[in-house]
Design a protein around this ligand. Sequence first.
Ligand SMILES: [Zn+2]
Length: 330
Amino acid sequence: MSITGGNVVGLGSGLYAWLPPKRGWGLANCGLLVSDRDALWIDTPYDTVLAGQFLAESRKLLPGGVDIARVIVTHANGDHFWGAGVLPGAEIIATREAREHIHYDPTPQQQHALVAGSDPATPLGAYLARHFGAFDWSATEQVMPTTYFTGELELTLGDYPVQVTSLPPAHTGGDLIVHLPVQRTVFSGDVIFSSTPGQPGDHPVHWAGPLDNVIDACERVLATGAEVIVPGHGPVLDPAGVREHIGYLAYVRERAHALHAGGVPAPEAARRVIAEGRYPALGLPERLVVTIGSEYRHLDGSVMPGVLQVMAEVAEVARETEAAYTGGPA
Ligand SMILES: [Zn+2]
């Protein structure tokens, strides 16, 4: 089984957003910018099936003789990056910190083996199968950035300026945002996971933090003056939508700090924030285990347990939460 579909939305002046067919882990938005002599992607889908579909859709929009020569990677999580193999020879641009981050994440083939080999009788195995089992990385080779930087990078594509800015640790340790001033648009990567009343999204998941840095990154997006914000996941936003998202982040930060001060351990703090039910329309509330855990590490200097241990806690909280919603046994 694989995931298919996705939707290309024109944003004007050669700019397009590719929105995946549904929400959930690993289904990220991507960008395509086209001039009369060049084209680039901002991020790639998670696996080669989806990336191949995005490529086919992209090529319908390219002038004759033009192909995608560059990919700007907003951060080094695979759901924004591992599809780059469908563009052999493309320049791949990321922050220096993202390039380092790659060595801490599993490779595509390691992740494939992990998901395929997990015991579905355990909460973690069931969770991985359910949320990651439809992707296929069995033949995906790890792609590495070819160009990396810290600070500001200004590119041009045809006549369009492309302003790329690296960020302090926020969603990961190597995030960047892409500002397209002619199109008055920012691709924010995963410093924003959006939701709107008609299109509820998922809770963000922040692996680095602190949340102050995530909020600062959102403020930086607003400071560009862009009118259209394409988040890493979820529907396209206007500045008011980003302000609302900052409100979510400030709420989680405030609750995390109060619960930490009260001596409540991180997974339990996530359970309590979920039980408050402040954002009932958002999916995957168990991701608060990760985000609040990251915030705690900045408060007490503790070290992140392994990703698998964190994901096991995420899976356990998901199991409890779903049982609570359905009234079934926990
Ligand atoms: Zn993502």
